[in-house]
Design a protein around this ligand. Structure first.
Ligand SMILES: Cc1cc2nc3c(=O)[nH]c(=O)nc-3n(C[C@H](O)[C@H](O)[C@H](O)COP(=O)(O)O)c2cc1C
Length: 222
């Protein structure tokens, strides 16, 4: 694929997903989407189940081991994210949520948290209801982290059929197409972001509320 992005920089996309089970459906879904992102010209890095196994996030402990640091560093420098959660009791897994809590390390970055990045969200459940509520919760989290959920979200009911073979290859053409389309949305948003920088150099910086809403500043000072 032809090189895209900035002259010295292809879009770098981070994949997050997987349960503690090897070759989990959620891991296969993200790996497939990342493969499509690479086909679209991006570089990609995957954080699967074991990479996400971290101690419960503790606000009073700022020490980071290699695994935690690698996760935070990749998110800090990435241009887009694709993530998948299994539906656990109607929402995202505690395992994934705990890893995402480490994005608090990015709170004071100019591109805070997932700021200015598109995030493709995928949810898999043993039924439609759990997958749908999980997708919805994932997108709420992305909004809280100042990311841009892609227009396309994907849900998978893992009990319906066998979606992946034992090597992780997608067996369902329709699902594969959706993952390709989502990956394309994340990569294209990254390229648009590079273009936007030329016109609005500071657009990625989250404004202070008081700067953004001068009226509130007056009210707050009274
Ligand atoms: C602790 C736990 C809770 C679960 N809760 C739900 C649920 O509320 N709704 C649902 O549809 N599936 C639920 N499941 C099933 C998983 O979402 C489903 O098996 C999914 O395919 C797991 O993905 P994996 O293949 O990536 O491990 C639960 C599974 C576990 C282990």
């Amino acid at each position: 694929m032809e090189r895209i992005g900035e002259p010295d920089h292809s879009p770098f996309i981070v994949g997050i997903g997987g349960t503690t089970r090897a070759h989990s459906t959620s891991e296969n879904l993200v790996r497939t989407a990342l493969h499509h992102a690479e086909e679209a010209g991006a570089e990609a890095k995957m954080f699967s189940g074991p990479d996400l196994m971290m101690p419960i996030y503790d606000v009073s402990d700022t020490n980071r081991d290699k695994k935690q640091q690698a996760f935070v560093d990749a998110l800090r420098r990435c241009d887009g994210i694709i993530m998948c959660s299994p539906g656990y009791h109607g929402s995202i897994s505690g395992h994934l949520k705990n890893a995402l809590d480490y994005t608090q390390d990015l709170a004071d970055d100019p591109k805070a948290y997932f700021g200015a990045r598109a995030v493709g969200c995928i949810a898999v459940g043993a039924g439609h209801q759990g997958a749908n509520s999980t997708l919805s919760h994932l997108r709420e989290i992305v909004h809280a982290l100042r990311g841009w959920p892609t227009p396309l979200g994907i849900t998978v009911n893992s009990t319906e059929k066998r979606y992946f073979d034992s090597d992780g290859a997608c067996l369902d053409e329709g699902l594969d197409q959706k993952l390709r389309y989502m990956a394309r949305q994340v990569v294209v948003f990254a390229v648009m972001r590079f273009t936007a920088r030329a016109v609005y150099p500071d657009w990625e910086v989250w404004p202070e509320y008081k700067e953004y809403f001068p009226k509130l500043r007056i009210e707050a000072s009274n």
